[in-house]
Design a protein around this ligand. Structure first.
Ligand SMILES: Cc1ncc(COP(=O)(O)O)c(C=O)c1O
Length: 455
């Protein structure tokens, strides 16, 4: 869905954030009295108060004060067509009028499963759940149930949702992260007593150390979990060599290779795994496949999925969920994925490249430190020239130069006041609703903002 040309000029601005007289500020004050921290999702907060959304259309959102902005977050990637795409609205409305939820399967579940299996190379069977967190949780359970082994390996600093095992060492403190040769498994606070003992932590793209750690745990390793492009590590990409090593070593020791493509499905029309030329055993999915409604899915090899989940052959795993494959999400997902065809995928990739190129040029002209990362429709902008290869590099850079965060926060705020809502952690995620003119508008707004950043 195309959007009308963006008309806001930087001279006009887009409101003055923060504004203590705004409706958003008032709503936040009310919210903070009833919701700890004022909301139900930490990532939507930014100081001194988050802007409250009122409506969205295509690439734009309007806040409760009537201010229009380009939405470059797209609900953390899940809105592949932006807001209220007519086909998705139509599918949801039609489905809502017929059936909202029911304790029976519906045809739309079969349709979405068929569509995803046809498209994604490594997905031969699939089961739906309600979030990416759940999808990763089931993928890890699948690995343990299938192999009968206890350990899971994951990448230090990579976010995989809030399941206990998956959140081990997502943000370990340097005081606790241990030796580089064998990073410590640091459980999230609130985790059960065994959590952490069941995780082997690998450093991103460290092929030889990773190989050694996998071999050292070979007999007890159920699976290796990797997101091939980690958003919370400034869109750090797994190298083909690292992924090839993981495939080789998991095959060698009989563990499963699990791709978390909840976010990074955006990397390839046939899946991030197809782009990397690797066939994982299990893939966790979420976000865009639900057309903007809550979803998760776990897919993979037919033999293991059938063994694990098919009750007719004595399923090894119980899998229930009141809202699994609920008709509304399935209908929205089918509409969204049908419209996200190869042409749309390629066009979106070109817009992403246009933005990356423009941001690099804006940084070059400004003389500011900054690195542009990402691929396809995901773009990271991190305010340092330091070379970041893994989580420890990132934390070390942030500690050495507190200005990185200061400049990132200031850029976010500058852009808000220029009509651009970027991810406050330094990213842009595009939708098919974006136009080339909008991409140029974002570049212009960033170029302008760079002049006002602190050191
Ligand atoms: C890579 C990855 N895995 C899992 C999740 C969890 O998904 P959800 O927020 O739907 O639970 C996310 C969410 O951002 C993610 O980025």
């Amino acid at each position: 869905m195309g959007s009308p040309e963006f008309t806001l000029t930087s001279a006009e601005g887009a409101g003055k954030f923060p504004d203590s007289t705004s409706r958003s500020a008032a709503l936040y004050a009310r919210a903070a009295a009833v919701l700890p921290g004022g909301n139900s999702r930490h990532s939507v907060y930014f100081p001194p108060y988050p802007i409250y959304a009122h409506r969205g259309r295509g690439s734009r959102i309007w806040d409760v004060d009537g201010i229009e902005r380009l939405d470059c977050v797209n609900n953390y990637s899940s809105l592949i067509h932006g807001h209220s795409h007519p086909a998705i609205v139509e599918a949801i409305s039609r489905q809502a009028a017929e059936l909202i939820s029911v304790a029976l399967p519906t045809e739309s579940e079969v349709l979405l499963a068929e569509l995803l299996i046809e498209r994604l190379e490594a997905v031969e069977r699939i089961r739906f759940c309600n979030s990416g967190t759940e999808a990763v949780m089931f993928a890890l359970k699948a690995a343990r149930a299938f192999t009968g082994r206890p350990l899971v390996a994951k990448i230090e600093g990579a976010y995989h949702g809030s399941g206990e095992t998956a959140s081990v060492s997502t943000m370990p403190d340097p005081a606790r992260w241990g030796d580089r040769e064998a990073p410590a498994a640091v459980p999230d606070s609130g985790s059960g007593p065994g959590v952490g003992h069941d995780v082997v932590v690998l450093s991103m793209n460290d092929v030889e150390r990773g190989r050694r750690l996998i071999r050292a745990n070979a007999d007890r390793l159920a699976g290796v979990l990797i997101d091939p492009m980690v958003k919370n590590l400034a869109f750090m990409a797994a190298t083909p060599e690292f992924v090839a090593m993981l495939r080789e070593e998991t095959e060698r020791c009989g563990a499963l290779l699990i791709f978390d493509e909840v976010y990074s499905l955006r990397l390839g029309f046939h899946g991030a795994h197809a782009t990397l030329g690797v066939k994982p055993d299990v893939v966790a999915l979420g976000k865009i496949i639900g057309g903007g409604l809550p979803i998760g899915a776990v897919g993979g090899r037919a033999d293991l999925m059938d063994q694990l989940f098919d009750p007719r052959v004595g399923a090894k795993l119980a899998h229930a969920g009141t809202f699994n494959a609920n008709p509304l999400t399935m209908a929205a997902g089918v509409a969204a994925m049908k419209h996200f065809d190869e042409t749309a995928f390629d066009r979106l990739g070109m817009l992403g490249e246009r933005l990356r190129t423009g941001l690099r040029e804006a940084l070059r002209i400004s003389g500011r430190a900054g690195t542009v990362t990402g691929a396809a429709s995901m773009i990271g902008l991190f305010m340092t020239d330091s070379k970041i290869h893994n989580y420890r590099d990132l934390v070390t850079a942030l500690i050495a130069d507190p200005g990185i965060k200061r400049r990132g926060d200031a850029l976010f705020r500058q852009l808000l006041n220029r009509g651009v809502f970027m991810g406050s952690q330094g990213f842009f995620v595009l939708s098919t609703a974006n136009t080339a003119a909008e991409i140029d508008r974002i570049i212009e707004a960033v170029a302008d903002s760079l002049r006002f950043l602190p050191e």
